[in-house]
Ligand binder design. Structure first.
Ligand code: DLL
Length: 433
């Protein structure tokens, strides 16, 4: 079994607990003493660093929201001078003003270590050629994967996004063994390869995908593994925490989160109350080692589970389940909470359907109206009207049972819905326009 840093990755849980507590105490003291922002927050919450005596005491500390990072100017939050900073990244700003994050050399090193450990646990090593098809630039995906893979000794093809035919040409000519990109982009590459007569399974060496930055489902995993012969590994992170940070190991049973760098909690998104291991709620993250932009109890808005059950690979660190939605991409349709991932789950279980779908919301009179547009696979597009009508009503029925509301379904011609090089945008909400 390949491990990048076996001493840390297989550290006994009791030792890990002790280390986490030591790091947490040091972090809280440092922020109280040197960060006016955090000191004010802690004073307001009436928590002095001396009150942090056990790991569960983390719940006494105030939470931090995306809004805090967005509203504060970098200088108000940063704890490193220009001389100490080596890089900036920023979020895409799709949900508001971009959040800017600075990194010291140690921050980049810690991040790189996290990625190297993760992708090694997924099966990558020095013999692999990894094509990084996440955007390079302010977005963290490109450089994050690039540095982690280089640290591990992989050969990196820094392809960035776009130009799918050239991406495929590189994969074939260079003997690329793994790709890092959004899951929707890998599916798109699958379609383009079909169009140009390239069989990814038999004509290339591609065998592994490091896929994240957007929600995806087990159904999509099956499609990529069976259809393209690419083992699909989930990777998660956010720009506020550093970038892509944690991924699944070869066992594919949740993403290993390195406890010597990070402390996780899951809270009830409404009450903020801490939930037990295995319970589903909002992920809250404390980064124990970050220097330039320290993060305590960051409410990610992502809905998931955390558990400490032993993994088949033997690593002792906690595991993050699949992200099933976001607190804020939760759609409220006729008063019912709906996550786009639930729609994807229903659609992907139908072999007649392609990979692309779109949810269109409109207000008709006083009522919300939901339309699910989904592409057919080319072979099903030829089916007769009666067969397609019966498929439509099956999907209708399953959407109704899963979402508790009814939706209109439109089956579209293959290749007609928008494709995305970066994060896929599945929802068109016309209700407030
Ligand atoms: O998307 C960082 C990243 C790059 C992760 C490459 C993985 C791979 P942001 O642009 O700040 O950072 O977006 C973070 O994307 O809060 C989630 O809602 C979503 N997200 C990221 N990874 C996953 C995943 C990068 N594996 C936001 N599954 C997060 C579901 C994900 N959602």
């Amino acid at each position: 079994m390949s491990a990048w840093n076996p001493k840390m990755e297989f550290m006994p849980k009791e030792e890990l607990d002790k280390l986490q507590l030591k790091l947490l105490k040091a972090l809280v003291h440092r922020l109280y003493d040197y960060s006016p922002f955090y000191r004010q927050r802690m004073d307001l919450a009436k928590v002095h660093p001396d009150r942090i005596r056990s790991l569960t005491d983390v719940a006494k500390l105030p939470c931090m929201q995306k809004k805090d990072l967005r509203d504060l100017e970098p200088g108000q939050l940063f704890m490193a001078s220009n001389r100490e900073l080596v890089r900036y990244h920023a979020s895409s700003g799709t949900t508001g003003r971009p959040t800017i994050v600075g990194y010291t050399q140690k921050d980049v090193d810690t991040w790189t270590e996290s990625v190297a450990r993760g992708i090694a646990s997924a099966g990558l090593g020095a013999d692999d050629i990894l094509q990084v098809a996440y955007t390079y630039g302010l977005f963290t995906g490109g450089l994050g994967l690039h540095y982690g893979a280089e640290r591990l000794g992989c050969t990196v093809v820094p392809a960035s996004t776009g130009n799918s035919e050239r991406q495929l040409d590189m994969i074939k000519r260079l003997g690329v063994t793994a790709i890092a990109c959004t899951p929707s982009y890998l599916m798109h590459l699958g379609e383009v390869s079909q169009r140009i007569g390239l069989d990814i399974k038999s004509d290339t060496n591609l065998r592994l995908g490091i896929l994240g930055a957007e929600p995806w489902s087990e159904g999509m995993r099956g499609r990529m593994e069976d259809g393209l012969g690419v083992k699909a590994i989930n990777i998660y992170g956010t720009s506020e925490l550093s970038g892509p940070l944690w991924c699944e190991c070869v066992e594919q049973r949740g993403m290993h989160v390195w406890g010597d760098q990070t402390l996780l909690e899951v809270v009830d998104p409404e009450t903020g109350e801490t939930l037990s291991p295995g319970e589903k709620g909002e992920l809250v993250v404390t980064m124990l080692l970050k220097e330039a932009v320290p993060i305590i109890r960051y409410r990610t808005g992502d809905i998931t589970t955390v558990d400490w059950e032993e993994c088949g690979c033997g690593r002792s660190h906690p595991r993050l389940g699949r992200i099933t939605g976001r607190v804020d991409d939760m759609l409220i349709i006729r008063g019912i909470n709906v996550f786009p991932s639930q729609v994807e789950y229903v659609l992907m279980s139908n072999p007649e359907l392609g990979n692309e779908f779109q949810i269109v919301l409109e207000r008709k009179g006083a009522l919300d109206d939901m339309l699910v547009r989904v592409e057919l696979k080319p072979e099903s597009f030829q089916d007769n009207v009666a067969k397609l009508e019966s498929l439509k009503s099956r999907i209708n029925e399953r959407l109704k049972n899963t979402l508790m509301i009814s939706a209109e379904v439109e089956l579209t011609e293959p290749g007609t819905l928008p494709r995305f090089e970066g994060k896929a945008k599945r929802v068109v909400d016309k209700r407030n326009i």
